[in-house]
Ligand binder design. Structure first.
Ligand code: ZN
Length: 243
């Protein structure tokens, strides 16, 4: 293999790894936002349950007040009943008292039902709160590990960048310049600038290379580029042994 190809391959490897890590780093905030949204959703569900407990309790209070008001009315009506002289009024008041009492029986039933319901929702809310707290704890752990991962990735990227710089310094400027001008284009297309030739074909673009170029690759005296995609070509050790 041409001596500079070793450098270019090592450089490409480092730069591709930097690219991969950069994408990974960019994907972290998205994952954080997704997890945050799910936690927020769970929080809203819990809030709704707590609100349901409050609503049901308020309904109990309202009904109990209604019950008391009606009982007061009944007492007043009973006083009137004892003092009335008219038969018709007596019957009317009696009917009114009867109606109120029947209504109160219904309200009492409703209150009893609601007592049970409130207890049930309270139990559910307590259970959901436990689940939510666990989710919250998991999220906090995730945030912590996210921070650690970010630090780790940045450190690794810095190390790779330093390594890439070292390789660049050791590389022949002309070969490096060729590599870098190709990378300007290929960085957005997978970042492969140095492509292996396998079975007489440029692996990156799939084009067959000229027999003449294959001979040049074997001689390893100059840098050969793919006629189709312009990438810098190399023969992997294995195919050289076979070829
Ligand atoms: Zn090619």
């Amino acid at each position: 293999m041409h001596a500079e190809l070793e450098h270019l391959l090592a450089l490409q490897e480092a730069e591709q790894e930097i690219l991969r890590l950069r994408r990974l780093l960019e994907s972290l905030p998205r994952e954080k936002a997704e997890r945050e949204a799910r936690l927020e959703e769970a929080r809203k569900e819990l809030d709704a349950k707590v609100q349901a407990v409050k609503d049901a309790s308020m309904e109990v209070d309202r009904l109990e007040l209604e019950l008391k008001t009606k009982e007061g009315e009944i007492e007043k009506l009973e006083v009137r009943l004892n003092s009335t002289k008219s038969n018709a009024e007596y019957t009317a008041i009696q009917n009114q008292i009867k109606a109120f009492k029947e209504q109160n029986l219904e309200i009492e039933d409703r209150v009893l039902e609601l007592y049970d319901r409130v207890e049930e929702i309270k139990r559910e809310a307590a259970g959901e709160e436990e689940v939510f707290k666990a989710k919250e704890a998991t999220f906090r752990e995730f945030l912590k590990s996210l921070e650690e991962e970010e630090v780790r990735i940045r450190k690794e990227m810095e190390e790779l960048a330093a390594k890439a710089e070292g390789i660049k310094k050791a590389t022949d400027p002309e070969a490096l310049q060729r590599y870098e001008s190709l990378m300007k284009y290929f960085a957005l297309h997978g970042g492969v600038v140095v492509s292996p030739v396998v079975g007489g074909v440029c692996k990156a673009c799939g084009s067959r290379i000229l027999p003449n170029d294959e001979v040049k690759l074997l001689r390893a005296e100059e840098i050969v580029q793919c006629k189709a995609c312009s990438r810098i070509l190399y023969l992997p050790e294995k195919s050289r042994a076979q070829g």
